[in-house]
Write a protein that binds this ligand. Sequence first.
Ligand code: MN
Length: 232
Amino acid sequence: MSEFVISPAAPVSLPIAGQSARFPIHRIFCVGRNYEAHAKEMGVAADREAPFYFTKAAVHAVESGATVPYPPGTSSYHYEMELVVAIGKGGFRIAETDALDHVFGYACGLDMTRRDLQAAAKEKQRPWDLGKDVEQSAVAGTIAPAATIGHPSSGTIELRVNGVTKQSADISTMIHGVTAIIAHLSKYYHLQAGDLIYTGTPEGVGAVKAGDRLEGSVAGVGTVELVLGAAE
Ligand code: MN
C-alpha cells in the first residue's frame, strides 16, 4: 500500500436511488448551448453540427440539499438546470447505437455559473474556467438507475427559485441528444465509469442571491435542490 505525504482526498460521490452504495464521480463534462432558446438568450447561435464542452473538477460536485456560500468574484451567479448522465461503463469511440449501454443512470443537476466572468472570458477570447469551474458549482441530485427508469428522451425540465418557476422546457428539445453526445465525446476522451455529463440548460437562466432556494426537476428522473448562503 502506498504512503502519501498528504492525505489523499476521499472520492466525491452521489447517492443512488434504491441502494445504499454510492456513485463515485470521476470527471464532470458539460455541454454548452444545447437548447436553441438558451443559445438565443445568450446572444449566440447554437451549433447543430456538433456539441462542445467544458469541464468542472469532480471535487466541485455538491449533493442536492446543500447550502453553499455565494461564491467570490462574481455579482451575477446564475443557475442552469440540466439533465445529468452518469456513465457506468467506459468506452472509446462509442457508436451512437451502443451509447445507452454505457449509461448507469440519470440525475438532475445545476451547472452554477459566474455569468459575468464567463461573459468577460468570451469577450477576451479566454477560457471559461473562472466562469464555470467554480467551487461547489456542480450540484447533482440522487442518481436514478437506467435499470429502473429507463432512458428518458422527453419530459419536463423545470427550475424554481423561491417557488417561482424560472425555467420550463422539455428535454426532447435538446439539440444533441444523450446518444449523440456520448458518441461525440468518446471520440475525444476514453469515457470512464464515474464520468458525469451535464447535457445543457434550456432558456430562462438567471441570477441568484444569498438566501435563494433553488428547486429543479426532470420528469421521471428526480429533483435537485440548492440554497445559496451568505458570501464568505
Ligand atoms: Mn450548462
